[in-house]
Design a protein around this ligand. Structure first.
Ligand code: ZN
Length: 502
């Protein structure tokens, strides 16, 4: 059905000043923009007092399997997102082999989707068959690649395994992956050194695709990690380097911002097109198991689950957590599938421990033992001032770092960024004095350029009719850790490929 938007304020996604006019879609494309009479047969939408812009591109998402389980993609679409770069932080749901399929089946168990495919094309067919509404553009994850050839426990790869990993990446890029992602904080990516990253970066460079990095360290060794990554890109001849959820984690590292900006600026002047994404919050969230100390840190979640069956190992874990000096007031249990612990979701470990009258390390160990695989944590410790400096970078786009979820919590509880990243990013940009068209560009045209999405991110004749209609004054989010599943306000309509989805 063709759609005719009348007398609407049009933001083109390229950062131009908005104009008032009409826009017509035909099938899945934009057919005309300007002043025109309403064509017969088209659905007419009165756009007065509303703004029409390209659908938002989530530059960093994790909907890889959640979208298969809840195909409507509500948390994303309700905030105006019409496309997501998925497969981030080294974790993509392909390529699957006998070496990584059992582990990933466990990891994704809550979604109840049998992992029957091998490569990207088959994975995509599965999403289509399940009726996924939100288009995903998945990066190929290094952790999944590495595990596909050598599993999750091996520190060093043999030369033929590295060769095999490169071939698997090439196959994914041939099948249309926009690039490769790294998650060097996680097993088994943490075992790889710069030589291994560099080999895969060379493959990406040969295809003129991007490499997206969750850096080895985002805090205490941030500068070293960023330096190694840039050096590997330079050595690999890679010109498209993306830093995922850029941050200075931990108060002691907040002062490193100027050095980070200088290093990135220097590399950009050398011709490496560094870009970044960021969610507009100062609390991060990831698997709760990242707090595991010492030798437990080297284990993947299934190994951790097995080891913690043993009483001596549990005591060792508690001792390690006590010695870790972690700020329990700033550590939140974001979500868990465990029936005993679920009631505490959204509260700090310090708070839960006080209620249970135990040491916070005992509380944290209890959660790790009960649900090492799917418990997620939220961690305070990012600088609000640095967040604003990061959002001010002209090459920073908005990435939610979340998976698509329904309004209910049937497939887990979201960080508030899952429902609120786009409106909050938009509001923070405006509050910091940026023009509205610049904020729109950062959520549309910029990520489309970074990830080379030729027919997205822009309102122009012939481009995909991925559109969001906004009441810009009302566009906002009130999602919090206590009530994260609240849809954005001010979204009047969303179209994907010309079809209305909200
Ligand atoms: Zn990450």
């Amino acid at each position: 059905m063709d759609v005719f938007f009348e007398r609407v304020t049009i933001f083109d996604g390229r950062g131009s000043r908005p104009v008032t006019g009409d826009l017509l879609t035909c099938g899945d494309r934009i057919a005309a923009i300007g002043d025109m009479p309403p064509p017969p047969g088209a659905v007419r939408i009165d756009g007065r007092n509303l703004a029409l812009m390209p659908g938002f591109i989530d530059a960093h998402g994790h909907s890889d399997l959640s979208l298969a389980a809840a195909p409507e993609g509500f948390s994303k679409i309700s905030q105006g997102i019409t496309c997501e770069i998925s497969g981030n932080c080294g974790l993509s749901p392909f390529p699957l082999t006998e070496h990584n399929r059992p582990h990933l089946t466990e990891l994704y168990r809550q979604y109840r989707v049998p992992l029957t495919w091998s490569g990207l094309t088959e994975y995509r067919q599965m999403l289509t068959a399940r009726g996924a509404v939100l288009p995903l553009l998945p990066l190929c994850g290094h952790n999944t690649l590495r595990a596909a050839v050598a599993g999750y426990e091996r520190a060093r790869l043999l030369p033929e395994e590295r060769h095999q990993m490169r071939r698997l990446l090439e196959a994914c890029l041939d099948e249309g992956a926009p690039g490769v992602s790294f998650g060097l904080l996680y097993v088994p990516g943490c075992f790889a050194g710069p030589d291994e990253w560099q080999e895969l970066m060379q493959v990406a460079a040969r295809y003129d695709r991007i490499a997206a990095f969750h850096l080895r360290s985002e805090g205490n060794e941030l500068l070293e990690a960023l330096g190694e990554t840039i050096a590997a890109a330079r050595a690999a001849g890679l010109t498209r380097l993306h830093i995922s959820h850029l941050k200075t984690a931990g108060k002691d590292n907040w002062h490193k911002w100027d050095a980070v900006q200088e290093m990135i600026g220097c590399a950009r002047r050398d011709g490496i097109r560094i870009s970044c994404d960021r969610y507009p919050y100062c609390t991060s969230a990831t698997q709760f198991s990242v707090i595991a100390p010492g030798r437990f840190r080297q284990m993947d979640d299934s190994q951790l689950a097995a080891v913690l069956q043993d009483g001596a190992a549990r005591r060792e874990l508690i001792d390690g957590l006590m010695a870790s000096g972690r700020d329990w007031q700033g550590t939140i249990l974001a979500s868990t599938a465990d029936p005993e612990w679920r009631q505490y979701s959204g509260r700090t470990i310090a708070d839960i421990a006080a209620e249970r009258q135990q040491h916070p390390a005992v509380t944290a160990a209890g959660i790790l033992q009960a649900d090492p695989l799917s418990a997620t944590g939220a961690f305070c410790g990012m600088s609000p001032a640095n967040l604003r400096r990061i959002l001010a970078l002209p090459y920073c786009c908005c990435g939610s770092d979340e998976s698509a979820r329904p309004a209910d919590e049937s497939i887990g509880r979201s960080h508030p960024r899952g429902f609120g990243s786009m409106p909050r990013f938009f509001r923070m940009m405006l509050a910091d004095g940026f023009a509205m068209e610049e904020a729109v560009y950062r959520m549309t045209g910029l990520p489309a350029a970074i990830f080379q999405l030729a027919d997205r991110g822009e309102l122009a004749v012939g481009k995909r009719a991925d559109l969001v209609l906004l009441d810009t004054g009302a566009f906002d989010s009130s999602a919090t850790f206590a009530a994260p599943h609240l849809a954005a306000t001010g979204v009047a309509g969303v179209w994907i490929g010309g079809r209305r989805v909200l």
